[in-house]
Design a protein around this ligand. Structure first.
Ligand SMILES: Cc1cc2nc3c(=O)[nH]c(=O)nc-3n(C[C@H](O)[C@H](O)[C@H](O)COP(=O)(O)OP(=O)(O)OC[C@H]3O[C@@H](n4cnc5c(N)ncnc54)[C@H](O)[C@@H]3O)c2cc1C
Length: 394
């Protein structure tokens, strides 16, 4: 007899695990969420959620909680050339969709909002920080784990369903022998913060097309901005040693309008694409970066994850018949339906990653033409905005 019996065990309390915990516990399932880290999450990562995802969060009845917790709205993206000449306004505020805005919130705060929403349900428990979570056995009825907390306490947990949400390294996925294919991109994503940056009234993201790729100014929910650009792998070493003044010079040379903006380093992310060949196996399902690690250039990691969790939610057996066998059937169906949907998105995301790797002066000229045309052509511009809002493959 296990110490704890639950219907769903979620391993990993990042955005994927905490979003799943929120959605599933709100639907009435018993959920135990495990997180090993006490530290706040990496603050330079994903903070931009698409309108289609806001619609999902509204259906989960958690959207208002985000705004009460400090999330902000942005109309969209403005595109410029490196001399700050305007090219396109890709704002979504005139689209005929339920939530015509992007929502943004500092990454380290997002999981906390999901967890606090889950905590309103008596059927939700959270163990954090845990030291280890070891699989003991899986029989016809359930899977059994042994969990060690930081205070030394050891508990056994029996569960009908396992969600692996332990991020891109996914040691749990490896343990359960999920095969993954991976691709390492050539250029790394460098992120800077500026506390001085002033966003416009619509909190628009401003993207500049330069000879070495895009430079994006992304307003942050607590003020200032995040600056994203790509650098070559062989530049990483020297980039890490640069002073704030040197970063300022570097950005100022690429986009002179920011030559006086003070900034400092927030991190470097060597992107890779990682895709699990199978997303589910019996009563186990992979979610988030553990399942599909995407190039961050299009802000799709969390967005895709939340869409996946929502789809899965609609396929799980009702509480009355929530058994290991019925769960396995639902997960098989989930993989069949969602994997083909997402594959197209993954491919589009991958070719964008490749084009960021080979971006040069010619690509800049082509992209400038593309955005000018999108601004002029009503239908093409509308399609672009709908896709960027998360309705269709972007
Ligand atoms: C610079 C950058 C910008 C980005 N911008 C965006 C954006 O704007 N929009 C967007 O949608 N996406 C964006 N992304 C992607 C997004 O941040 C990720 O896709 C998302 O955070 C992944 O969430 P996750 O929960 O799957 O993984 P993680 O955030 O890695 O969470 C995994 C969690 O599991 C825990 N864990 C690991 N092993 C165990 C274990 N054995 N037991 C218990 N816990 C464990 C870890 O401590 C961690 O908390 C960006 C990424 C980067 C790098």
């Amino acid at each position: 007899m296990a110490d704890i019996n639950t219907e769903v065990l979620i391993i990993g309390g990042g955005v994927a695990g905490s979003a799943a915990a929120c959605a599933l516990s709100k639907k009435g399932y018993e959920v135990l969420l495990l997180e090993k880290s006490e530290k706040p999450q990496d603050t330079a990562r994903g903070d931009h959620l698409q309108p289609a995802v806001c619609e999902i969060l509204g259906n989960w009845d958690v959207l208002d909680r985000f705004f009460k917790s400090g999330a902000k709205k942005r109309a969209g993206s403005l595109w410029f050339d490196e001399d700050a000449n305007f090219l396109m306004d890709a704002n979504v505020s005139n689209l005929n969709i339920p939530e015509p805005y992007f929502m943004f919130m500092n990454h380290e705060d997002i999981s906390g909002v999901f967890v606090s929403a889950a905590e309103e349900n008596q059927n939700f428990s959270f163990m954090c920080p845990i030291v280890s979570c070891a699989h003991i056995e899986t029989n016809d009825e359930e899977s059994v784990f042994e969990i060690k907390s930081k205070d030394g306490a050891i508990k056994t947990v029996a569960t009908k369903m396992i969600m692996i949400a332990d991020g891109v390294a996914s040691n749990m996925g490896r343990y359960f022998k999920f095969e993954r294919t991976s691709f390492r991109y050539e250029r790394a994503l460098a992120v800077l913060f500026s506390d001085e940056y002033k966003a416009d009234d619509f909190n628009n993201l401003r993207t500049y097309l330069t000879d070495r790729g895009i430079v994006t100014m992304i307003p942050r929910a607590k003020g200032g901005c995040k600056i994203g650009l790509t650098i070559n792998r062989d530049e990483i070493k020297s980039w890490k040693k640069m002073s704030p003044e040197e970063y300022q010079d570097f950005i100022g040379q690429l986009v002179p309008t920011y030559k006086n903006l003070k900034m400092y380093s927030a991190g470097i992310y060597p992107p890779s694409m990682i895709i699990a060949e199978n997303w589910s196996k019996e009563n186990i399902v992979l979610i988030g970066d553990a399942c599909h690690g995407l190039h961050p250039g299009r802000s799709q990691g969390m967005n895709t994850t939340i869409k996946c969790v929502d789809h899965l939610l609609g396929l799980l057996p009702p509480k009355e018949s929530f058994e290991k066998k019925s769960v396995a059937k639902s997960l098989e169906q989930y993989q069949k339906e969602m994997k083909s949907n997402i594959n197209e998105l993954l491919e589009a995301n991958h070719s964008m990653g490749l084009s960021m790797d080979s971006f040069d002066r010619k690509s800049k000229v082509d992209e400038i033409e593309k955005f000018k045309l999108l601004e002029q052509n009503k239908e093409a511009g509308h399609n672009y905005r709908m896709k960027s809002a998360g309705y269709g493959v972007f």
